[in-house]
Design a protein around this ligand. Structure first.
Ligand code: UDX
Length: 437
């Protein structure tokens, strides 16, 4: 099938590349000329495992194209997937302006019957509005445009794998024709398909992400309580995981969820509920718990320290999770901000997120504090007075407890990801604090 994908962020680019990998003829549209030129050279604008390899392979095979020329691209494909961003607005609602721009461009350029598929996460009812909007602005009135919802469930760092081996494909359609089209597009993936109405498909996406966020906040609260009652959250998680009704995943306590999806989608669903006069109490609680959890480790350290002023602070890990350079809503950002306000002299290490962090916290003096980026965890620890672990990168997990003792001036470690065994750290002479243990 001839497929066009609008937007080359995580959602759009990964979808486009995977459609090409499964044999479709795909054109990815982005208005950013520089990005298109990079992609044509096989360079991905996002850091994602396996993506560049598949980009190069499918580009060379002639199944994958990139362009800024949306007028031409939207003219005659079988389907157009919209994968542009829906960022959070100050009131928590989703900003649909990118969706609107693409919808209008489609309406003004499409010249044949076409299925428009919304992949971006959008509030319930948006697909209805997109369909109406396209019909309102349609230049070639004889053309039949249908709109379908097809939310994605990929996680950053494993986006290609999650797309090619998804647990299920959710399609939300309002006609047999649209449903059959989407089934045909996904046929080569050989995955289970859940076919529902458009509104239900939109809702499934929020219900999934918000449930996972809730699960994490729940475990973080249980971890906080474990600290007070003298229990160990890891033992609790293990004990829970054998119950198939609970499941073994997403039970890891830590410094709160970050990233582009959970923070945004929890706030968006809270907003949607409020709009309908309903207060979604479980999700509101999950959001509040997460906000507190993100800086709990810092305040725990404040209980121990008189000051951070002029102290050498090692920061290990900046990204919101391993496998990505993404700093959106990353707990490291809130904590670094607080440390700099206290005059800390930070030495930060992250294998890939350094560039993004520099945009927020440029190297050198920052307010009362200072930040220096280093190329290894060992370099960050050298002579440090205190260390914070914010991301469980392999490179950081592989560091032996003894390294902290040997390299730091005062071996004091606050681990937000429970990387180490508290007894190993203690035996190596490290004063060690973690979450829920
Ligand atoms: C998430 C969903 O997993 C994905 O299905 C959806 O499409 C987009 O949002 P992503 O944001 O890439 O994906 O990351 P994920 O791996 O889910 O982690 C999100 C955050 O939760 C990270 O900050 C991670 O550290 C945290 N987390 C995850 C925990 O604190 N504990 C856990 O047990 C799992």
């Amino acid at each position: 099938m001839k497929i066009v994908v609008a937007g080359t962020g995580y959602v759009g680019l990964v979808a486009g590349v995977c459609f090409a990998e499964k044999g479709h003829n795909v054109t990815c549209v982005d208005t950013d000329k520089r990005k298109v030129e990079l992609m044509e050279k096989g360079i991905s604008p996002i850091y994602e495992k396996d993506l560049e390899e598949l980009m190069r392979k499918n580009y060379a095979a002639g199944r994958l194209h990139y362009t800024t020329d949306f007028q031409k691209a939207y003219k005659d494909p079988d389907a157009i997937f919209i994968g542009v961003g829906t960022p959070e607005q100050p009131d928590g609602s989703a900003n649909l302006s990118y969706i609107a721009t693409v919808s209008r461009q489609i309406a003004e350029n499409v010249e044949r019957d076409c299925l428009v598929v919304v992949k971006s996460t959008v509030p319930v009812g948006t697909n209805d509005k997109v369909e109406q909007f396209i019909h309102d602005f349609l230049v070639h009135k004889e053309v039949k445009i249908e709109v379908a919802s097809n939310p994605e469930f990929l996680a950053q760092g494993s986006a290609v794998h999650d797309t090619l081996h998804a647990a299920r494909i959710v399609i939300g359609t309002e006609s047999r024709h649209a449903e059959e089209m989407l089934q045909k597009i996904y046929e080569p993936f050989q995955l289970p398909v859940v076919s529902v109405s458009r509104r239900s498909a939109e809702m499934i996406k929020y219900a999934c992400n918000d449930f996972l966020a809730l699960k994490i906040s729940y475990m973080n609260e249980i971890a906080n309580l474990c600290e007070l009652v003298g229990a160990n959250i890891e033992d609790i998680a293990k004990g829970m995981s054998y119950d198939e009704r609970i499941g073994a995943n997403f039970l890891k306590a830590g410094i709160g969820y970050g990233g582009s999806c959970f923070p945004k989608d929890t706030k968006a669903l809270k907003f949607i509920a409020r709009q309908h006069g309903y207060s979604l109490k479980t999700i509101e609680a999950a959001v509040d718990v997460n906000a507190q959890q993100k800086t709990r480790l810092f305040y725990k350290a404040c209980d121990r320290m008189i000051t951070f002023q002029n102290l050498k602070v090692a920061v290990l890990g900046l990204a919101f999770k391993p496998g990505t350079d993404d700093l959106r809503e990353a707990p490291s950002v809130d904590n670094i901000q607080l440390l700099l306000e206290q005059g800390a002299n930070i030495y930060a290490y992250d294998p890939v997120a350094e560039g993004n962090s520099k945009k927020k916290f440029p190297e050198g003096t920052n307010g009362l504090g200072q930040i220096t980026y280093v190329s290894s965890p060992e370099a960050a620890l050298e002579g440090a007075n205190i260390c914070f672990i914010f991301t469980e990168w392999k490179e950081i997990k592989e560091l032996k407890a003894a390294e902290y003792k040997q390299r730091m001036q005062t071996p004091l470690v606050y681990d937000g990801r429970n990387i180490y065994s508290p007894s190993d750290m203690r035996e190596s002479g490290v004063e060690y604090y973690s979450i829920g243990r």
